[in-house]
Design a protein around this ligand. Structure first.
Ligand code: ADP
Ligand code: GN1
Ligand code: MG
Length: 358
């Protein structure tokens, strides 16, 4: 085994071979094969500039969830992430190479999906994300560090997009004229959710903020939600961020990086299944939140597309990419979905009214 891994794992009292694992865009994830298995992650320092703050959040949230799950008679080793402490009792290990590492218990017999195969998976994912939010409803929000400032502040994302465009560090802006125009033409609606949070017309809640489908594990046999993972961005926010981002990803007919746009559309059946699961477990959803559900999918999809496009123009400095046009291809699927959601908005609003019965 590589000496580096040996040194890292020794700090968690482990000594086994890790293999690269999963399809996250941010951290480096490995499975440590043993009895039981573990997940080892190198935290992305470029994205999370204060890893100890990230780890303080995750430690606080997972300990809080663990107690709740035990009180409710659930299985705390399976229904929340569990950090393995280092030999000196810390939640992470800072190596001499300057990188931060953490280890979790591996959650067995549970699957995360990069493409959704059937609407029932969305129904169960929605219930898991909704339940996650319910369990954190009384978490002391003031204890949470803002691990990425303005993460879902869409107007701030617009400013970042314009800065990327003005710098054009990669010289690639010329390859993305129509995509750039698409983003710029939609700025006027960007502040609807942040304004509603600011004027108190929707509640600030503790939210996950990165609810794509491969951040929830579903039971291999029953298909039911097991555990919400990837807790790096748990911060105060809006329920609309979690709902909108989940359907940005899960409501699509295809992969986030599908190059053939004729295969990408917004699937109303998947939307209906997710919305049903989400509303069922979150009766506390307010009238205004309810009315903004379909809009939030458009907003989160536009925001994510603009981030992919900004990263393409910046020269692929944020998201992991596998080929030079990867971020541009990702941006294009998001914009196709935005257009689809715009066209289907009345239908989506009617479905929400029908499901909610109000
Ligand atoms: P990233 O921030 O890069 O997306 P994640 O924390 O989401 O990293 O982990 C990447 C993938 O690894 C997940 O999508 C999931 O498939 C898998 N994974 C992460 N943690 C666990 C765990 N505790 N048990 C099982 N699989 C996990
Ligand atoms: C990243 O970490 P991961 O792969 O689950 C990103 C999300 C994006 C998503 C797009 C911390 O999620 O915000 O929506 O990629 N996470 C961070 O696929 O930036
Ligand atoms: Mg992830």
């Amino acid at each position: 085994m590589e000496k580096l891994f040996q040194e890292i794992l020794a700090n968690f009292n482990l000594s086994l071979d890790p293999d690269a694992y999963g399809n996250g865009h941010i951290n480096d994830t490995y499975i440590v094969h043993s009895q039981p298995n573990y997940i080892l992650q190198r935290i992305n320092k470029n994205v999370f500039t204060n890893p100890p703050a990230v780890m303080e959040n995750i430690q606080g949230v997972t300990e809080f969830l663990r107690k709740k799950i035990i009180a409710e008679g659930g299985n705390p080793d399976r229904e929340t992430l569990n950090l393995i402490p280092t030999v000196d009792g810390k939640s992470y290990y800072l190596h001499t190479d300057g990188e931060y590492y953490r280890v979790y218990k591996f959650i067995e017999r549970a699957v995360s999906y990069d493409i959704v195969e059937n609407p029932m998976q969305l129904y169960h994912a929605a219930r898991a994300f909704g339940k996650f939010q319910n369990m954190l409803a009384d978490y002391p929000a003031e204890k949470l560090h803002e691990t990425i400032v303005d993460f879902h502040n869409t107007p701030a994302r617009y400013e970042q997009f314009k800065t990327a465009l003005a710098k054009n560090a990669s010289g690639r802006a010329k390859n993305a004229g129509p995509e750039i125009d698409f983003v710029l033409a939609r700025e006027k609606d960007a502040s609807i959710v942040v304004d509603a949070l600011a004027d108190g017309s929707i509640p600030l809640r503790v939210t996950h903020n990165d609810t794509k489908l491969n951040n929830v594990l579903l039971d291999e046999v029953t298909g039911e939600g097991v555990c919400v993972i990837d807790l790096d961005t748990v911060m105060p926010g809006s329920l609309l961020y979690d709902y909108g981002d989940a359907l940005r990803f899960g409501g699509s007919s295809g992969a986030e990086d599908e190059p053939d746009l004729s295969k990408i559309w917004f699937d109303v059946e998947k939307f209906t299944a997710f919305t049903k699961g989400f509303i069922e477990v979150l009766p506390s959803i307010t009238e205004k939140e309810l009315r903004l559900l379909p809009f939030s999918i458009k907003l989160m999809t536009l925001e994510c597309g603009s981030r992919f496009l900004a990263d393409y123009i910046n020269g692929d400095v944020y998201f992991k990419t596998h080929y030079p046009e990867h971020n541009l291809i990702r941006a294009r699927t998001q914009f196709k979905l935005v257009k689809e959601i715009e066209d289907k908005m009345d239908e989506l609003n009617a479905i929400v009214t029908e499901i909610a019965g109000r």
